[in-house]
Design a protein around this ligand. Structure first.
Ligand SMILES: [Fe+2]
Ligand SMILES: [Fe+2]
Length: 182
């Protein structure tokens, strides 16, 4: 609970500094940077914080840092404001059928559940590398109970071989761990 309150206030006072714009430029293409800027400032802040933590844990893993910056771009056009996010957390714990919820909550719930897939599509459209698209698509997947089918991995040959698929899974685990802490 304390974590949620902290997260709320961090969101209210969020900003992105000019130095951070330089940081973003070092990792993102023009198309990706445009997507990043369309996120709410609170989401931009969240993504930057994750990227810094990733940088500390794995400074050479460029794919991880890039995915940290882009993993939530599927929240563009969502109504996942701080208040709506808090409401979604509450309603998912109550036994209310989705269709009984007011429209704005149905929309918030949709983005909460679908933003990984929506983000992966947005990134595909701007030509982001397959590994970053993959990390975005699966960043909320619990692969201990819901394993990723082999055909869902980036195709071998697109900068990948059998060994690097293992690395990609490790990168996904690290991204999930750091995302949960932020
Ligand atoms: Fe997310
Ligand atoms: Fe996130």
């Amino acid at each position: 609970m304390l974590y949620r309150i902290k997260q709320f206030f961090r969101g209210v006072f969020a900003k992105v500094t000019p130095e951070e714009q330089v940081f973003l430029k070092a990792y993102l293409t023009k198309g990706e940077a445009l997507l990043f800027r369309r996120l709410r400032v609170g989401e931009q802040r969240h993504s930057l914080n994750i990227a810094y933590d990733c940088l500390k844990e794995a400074p050479k893993n460029r794919i991880l840092i890039k995915a940290a910056l882009l993993h939530d771009v599927g929240k563009i056009n969502s109504n996942l404001t701080l208040v709506h996010k808090a409401l979604v957390v509450v309603i998912t714990k109550l036994p209310i059928p989705k269709r009984m919820l007011p429209k704005f909550l149905q929309k918030a719930l949709y983005y909460k559940q679908q933003h990984p897939a929506l983000g992966a599509e947005l990134l595909n459209n701007v030509g982001t590398e397959a590994s970053v698209v993959f990390l975005t698509r699966h960043h909320h997947r619990d692969f201990s109970t819901n394993p990723i089918p082999l055909k869902a991995y980036p195709k071998l040959g697109e900068g990948f071989n059998e060994n690097s698929l293992g690395d990609l899974l490790k990168t996904l685990e690290l991204l999930q761990k750091i995302d949960e802490k932020n």
